[in-house]
Ligand binder design. Sequence first.
Ligand code: NAD
Length: 417
Amino acid sequence: MDSQIRPLDRRSFLRWAGLGVTATLGAKTLAAAETISGNAVQFNPLFDLKTEAKEANPPAPTAPDKRVGFAIVGLGRLSLHQILPALSECKHARVTALVSGNRDKGLKVAQQYGVNEKSVYNYENYDKLADNPDVQVIYIVLPNSMHAEYTIRGAKAGKHILCEKPMANTVADCQQMVDVCKAANLRLMIAYRQQYEPCNRAIVKMVKEGKLGTLHEFIAVNSQNQGEPNQWRLKRQLSGGGPLPDIGIYCLNAARFLSGSEPESVMGQIIQAPDDPRFKEVEASVQFMLRFPGGFTATCSTSYNTHRSQFLRIIGSDGWAEMNPAFAYEGMRLSYNKMSEGTDLISAVQLTPKNQFAQEMDHMAQCVQTGAQPHTPGEEGMQDMRIIEAIYNSAQNGRTIELRQPSPTRGPEPADS
Ligand code: NAD
């Protein structure tokens, strides 16, 4: 029996395909269901079903040889564990050069990622990146105290800069980095990966759409045990401080970008561990409270002296959103609580995870391609440094520090790459 698989007649096909009686069969009809605009192919939605996730547009990558070339400076843990592997998920960025003080390591990593050995530099001949047309962006992944010098030298070599957090050790250094890049008409972006991560972006959207009501409170912890006592993170000259500029900065930055508001005053308290050899130069823990216009407050805690603990909650008059864990490289979980028809509903929000480093590098690449201002420019990093300096000042002097409201610190929202 062949009657199990029967060709559909034209009327049945139209009904099945939902195309309506005006549609015609054949290639023309199928072509009408898609549009090509610039580099992007878009399909018209097949079905509009409330039970199904909205179909995203297909990826529209830049051709491999036309992608924006990145030089990765410093081949430490973050570069080798996260940044270089993430490049395989990028659609607009590629690695074209490496900078390392260790030539053997530089050559080995160059082989792993297909970088020409002529494009492996060291800290002395770094400025020769100026002569490498395959590099448009320099991504600085060095100890914090080196960010300013390598940004300024990189900009002098005519390259756009993506710089790891914290932007620098002082506000004065941040200002110089902004000024040099601006004068040379180069983009400067700070690598706040969480601002490109889907759960964080979903909270930003909830707040903007008023889903949480009037914001009242933000609570966050980002703490971990920091091992090896001789590492640069525990040397003040290289790190600029202990957990506050390294991991506490995630709580501080999240309080600002999730609320879309800037603090008007700050109080800080340092908790020291006098007998612990790790904390001879930097603090063990910091707690700080930010007060925003309208009475919204952020209470944050960060430590190098506890079991890993990473979460945040933002609470409004009509609901709250929570990430637990927050601030991690992967595995973020978002939940949302709102009273609905007398039922206290806590929903786990399911979002497709995206590699934050790939999102962030693609955003920078797209800014270079289009000339747009990055979402997290130098001004965003400088504002965090202003607040960090005020937190230390408050902790040392035991008083509340008033803050000036800054000019806008953030560029346009990132498009999905
Ligand atoms: P790391 O110690 O693993 O690597 C630092 C690199 O800098 C090494 O290759 C080291 O050889 C090189 N270096 C050059 N001069 C040095 C000096 N004088 N002392 C010490 N190292 C020197 O550090 P990392 O964890 O890769 O951190 C690098 C930067 O990235 C820091 O600014 C840090 O805050 C930032 N970071 C960001 C994230 C994030 O999630 N965005 C995570 C970790 C680190």
